[in-house]
Design a protein around this ligand. Structure first.
Ligand code: GH3
Ligand code: MG
Length: 592
């Protein structure tokens, strides 16, 4: 079960080496070096190294600890067994290492040693020795007898077990003591004035509700009918009256043994239940972690896509509206550059809080990129989504992002798209919102734009200016006509997009290179994604393609393979920038 749980955890966090090792240990520490172990019968080096080490440590612990069925061994006895199993049960190397670390083993054993005063120790004949020291949990004995003489004798005999004996002379007294003192064993006379021993047993069984209580009845009766009646009431054993002290003690010892076994079982069950509860808690924590963005506590990109697919299906089935907003902090790079990355992180966290406050419970807010957020508005129209994000935008503008002595202002730009026949799947919907976001940036930032408005604007532009500028040479690394088209024929926006690429692209390549060189897969994915969007806008398709591949390498946790592509990307970006510089005039024409 442990290995399965850890496997499930590993699927969520494939890179977590610690979980991998824990899984190997849970799965393989019962394998034997000579192949005679379980569950897979692995041998030698086939058994994970960590499991070979734990196999030895586990056995050492088991041998030197007390168990309900056995006494603890001394270090020398355990060592002797381990040495004899060298190369059979245990890896010879692990045994040699054990010998080298012997002193530490002894030290740990001494520190964690079971309290000898409470150990179950086996007597030479295999019986539990029932003096006080040998009983793991104390077990009080309730004695119920109306004859003072017999009662005194019983107290004397039962007292030799070392357990506390609680005397009672009738059922009423007995029940009171049972309720207050919780004895684990009862020795009771059958015939008593008032209620009988059988009545007492029935009452005790009701009150104990499953708690282990061993009930011994003293009786002069031996007819089958009476005994059956007593068994039905829950009596465990009978001792004939007058009793012999030896027989009484033998029966009581058996009863105490049964009490101990029950106690041990109850302890183990409680331990298992606690472990199950812990595992359930760990599982639900892992579930939460797998869908949470660590920095802001919002949902992450993966969950965003799942949620959006679900909501698209609901929207389609019930004909309900569905809107999304892509939201991006304006000039966030400047904040990072001026105040440092840590302050940038604070801004991201505070922004997340503002978004939580300004949206509804039913809306899903996700951080989908560095400073990019997606809000999914189920059952909301474009107009409602605009109203909500306008509220967010104004709240951000009003907010003073404070940390330490620093106080920063920031704004956001928002692009909204509503599900329509043209944007049926989640990908289209996000792309539409993305386009609206870029239009908001192009129109001066700190504003909300809808995809619908972008489309309407582009239509009227096309009508008033039917022949967009064409690039003269199809081999040019970027295509002005295409850029113009992508920017909704918004010349100013197109020029801004080109300028942004010219100024920032080389730095972005540098960041990608740094992420690849340091083996940071997540940073590689994010930085490649950033440049991919910029390149796609300026129709630098070769560069965008390379970024896409790099982004995939980051996602697949293979940053080591990226360096060669980064060199190509650097060249592509240099070509595009050279072309942009040479064709400044065409760019001006585009802006005109
Ligand atoms: P624009 O208004 O066009 O969006 O400009 P910008 O500066 O916000 O956009 P750009 O894409 O140039 O810069 C985004 C920056 O976000 C670059 C990157 O270093 C930063 N960033 C990405 N992820 C994180 C993060 O987790 N923490 C911090 N502090 N910064 C991040
Ligand atoms: Mg930004």
């Amino acid at each position: 079960m442990g290995a399965q749980t850890l496997d499930a955890a590993l699927q969520r966090f494939p890179g977590a080496k610690f979980l991998q090792m824990a899984r190997d240990i849970a799965l393989s520490h019962h394998e034997n070096f000579d192949g005679s172990g379980y569950p897979a019968g692995l041998s030698g080096q086939q058994i994970p190294f960590c499991a070979r080490i734990v196999a030895l440590a586990d056995v050492y612990d088991a041998l030197t600890s007390r168990r309900v069925y056995k006494d603890s061994m001394t270090h020398e006895q355990a060592k002797d067994i381990i040495l004899r199993q060298r190369g059979r049960h245990f890896d010879p190397e692990a045994v040699d290492a054990f010998l080298r670390a012997e002193e530490q083993f002894v030290a740990v054993r001494t520190r964690l040693q079971d309290d000898p005063a409470s150990g179950d120790r086996l007597a030479g004949n295999g019986d539990l020795v029932l003096d006080q020291a040998s009983v793991a949990s104390p077990c009080k004995i309730l004695v119920v007898e109306d004859s003072p003489l017999v009662l005194r004798k019983l107290i004397e005999v039962l007292g030799t077990t070392g357990q506390t004996v609680l005397p009672a002379t009738n059922v009423q007294e007995a029940m009171k003591l049972f309720d207050e003192q919780h004895p684990g064993l009862v020795v009771s006379d059958w015939e008593m004035p008032g209620a009988s021993g059988v009545d007492l047993c029935a009452q005790i069984r009701r009150l104990a509700a499953g708690r282990p209580v061993h009930f011994i009845m003293l009786t002069i009766r031996s007819d089958e009918e009476s005994l059956l009646e007593a068994y039905k009431a829950g009596i465990d054993d009978f001792v004939p009256k007058p009793f012999s002290p030896e027989e009484m003690l033998a029966r009581v010892r058996a009863g105490l043994r049964s009490f101990q076994v029950h106690e041990e079982l109850a302890r183990k069950t409680a331990g298992l239940q606690a472990m199950n509860a812990q595992l359930a808690a760990i599982n639900s924590r892992l579930d939460r972690l797998a869908i949470t963005d660590e920095l802001t506590g919002l949902f992450n990109r993966r969950h965003a896509m799942v949620r959006l697919d679900e909501q698209s299906a609901v929207s389609e089935r019930y004909g309900r509206p569905l809107s999304v907003a892509m939201l991006d902090i304006d000039h966030f790079k400047r904040i990072n550059d001026t105040h440092g990355h840590d302050v940038g992180d604070v801004v991201l966290r505070q922004l997340a809080q503002i978004l939580r406050e300004q949206t509804r419970e039913s809306d899903t807010i996700c951080r989908v990129g560095g400073e990019e957020f997606l809000i999914i508005f189920p059952s909301e129209t474009e107009k409602e989504a605009v109203a909500c994000t306008e509220r967010c935008r104004a709240a951000v503008e009003r907010h003073s992002f404070r940390t330490g002595n620093v106080s920063i202002s920031a704004t956001i730009s928002v692009g909204i798209a509503a599900r329509s026949p043209a944007t049926l799947n989640s990908f289209d919907l996000i792309r539409a919102a993305d386009q609206a976001l870029y239009a908001a940036k192009g129109a001066g930032r700190n504003r909300v734009r809808t995809f619908q408005a972008v489309q309407d604007g582009s239509q009227s532009m096309k009508e008033s200016n039917p022949s967009p500028l064409r690039s003269e040479n199809p081999r040019n690394p970027i295509d002005l006509a295409m850029i113009s088209d992508r920017c909704g024929n918004d010349a100013q926006f197109a020029a801004a997009v080109i300028e942004r690429f010219r100024v920032q692209s080389s730095d972005e390549v540098g960041r990608i290179e740094q992420a690849a060189a340091s083996g940071n897969a997540d940073a590689l994915r994010r930085t490649a994604h950033n440049l991919k969007s910029m390149a796609a806008y300026v129709s630098a398709d070769a560069a965008a393609d390379l970024c896409k591949k790099l982004e995939e390498m980051g996602r697949a946790n293979r940053p080591g393979e990226a360096m060669q592509l980064v060199a190509k990307l650097r060249q592509e970006v240099a070509d595009v920038n050279a072309w942009i510089a040479q064709n400044a005039n065409s760019r001006l024409a585009l802006c005109a």
